[in-house]
Design a protein around this ligand. Structure first.
Ligand code: ADP
Ligand code: 5GP
Length: 224
């Protein structure tokens, strides 16, 4: 009945470090069909259990810079402690053209660059319930040293002011509720009228029915 344009959505999720982006994105992959998380490239070292090609593509600074020169990134930014983080573009174009939606979990500088390039991307800002809770989450995660936690926490104050540049803001207080909200945004965006190219009738019976409807409509016009 409906012919959609067949293109996946590009969904950009950002917000301060520790606000719960990664946790929410993992749930989205389990709960929404036909969606992928883009794997970023970074010059930072793997931490904990992180796996190359799963969590990130880990490369040296030199290799990252070579790839910048080869124009391989949709966006890239220098984020914490002078490390590069970037979104490789080749796979994303392929996925979107095949109808798969792609999530970019990237920092705010990167999100604003994507906004300039991809006009129909969807931008979702994940907000912590309070700065106190954000600090607790960063510390309890135990993935960074105390010094690095403080660097991320200070940056968070600046980043919060950018929320107005996004299309949606979701507060991640109760995890299930935050996941439901982000999920609803994505599912609603998939129903937007501008994604529909055409409507068509499936069977000859439906076409006959439409003709009858038109006749009735014309007759009722005459009576009026
Ligand atoms: P980000 O990807 O934004 O840096 P994470 O997803 O790693 O953040 O979450 C930071 C920490 O907070 C993790 O330890 C995670 O388990 C926890 N967390 C995420 N969302 C919630 C929530 N709604 N309630 C309590 N803890 C949460
Ligand atoms: P982490 O070191 O905690 O994995 O990530 C640090 C920050 O880098 C997070 O805010 C994360 O969203 C961001 N980030 C991860 N991948 C990319 C990317 O490809 N581009 C940009 N601009 N930021 C990214």
């Amino acid at each position: 009945m409906i012919k959609e344009n067949g293109k996946g959505l590009l969904i950009v999720i950002s917000g301060p470090s520790g606000t719960g982006k990664g946790t929410i994105c993992k749930r989205l992959l389990d709960e929404i069909s036909n969606i992928k998380l883009s794997i970023s490239m970074t010059s930072r070292k793997p931490r904990g259990q992180e796996i190359n090609g799963v969590d990130y593509y880990f490369v040296t600074k030199d290799e990252f810079e070579n790839r910048i020169n080869n124009n391989e990134f949709l966006e890239y930014a220098i984020v914490y402690s002078g490390q590069y983080y970037g979104t490789p573009k080749s796979k994303i174009e392929e996925d979107l053209n095949n109808g798969t939606s792609v999530i970019l979990e990237i920092d705010i500088q990167g999100a604003l660059k994507v906004k300039e390039i991809v006009k129909d991307a969807i931008f979702i800002f994940i907000m912590p319930p309070s700065m106190k809770i954000l600090k607790e989450r960063l510390m309890n995660r135990k993935t960074e040293s105390e010094e690095k936690v403080m660097e991320r926490f200070k940056t968070a104050y600046k980043e919060l002011n950018e929320f107005k540049k996004y299309n949606y803001v979701v507060v991640n207080d109760i995890l299930d509720e935050a996941v439901d909200k982000v999920k609803s945004i994505i599912l609603s965006e998939r129903c937007r009228v501008d994604r529909i190219e055409d409507i068509y009738l499936d069977t000859p019976e439906e076409e006959i029915h439409e003709e009858l409807m038109e006749k009735n409509f014309n007759n009722s016009n005459v009576e009026i």
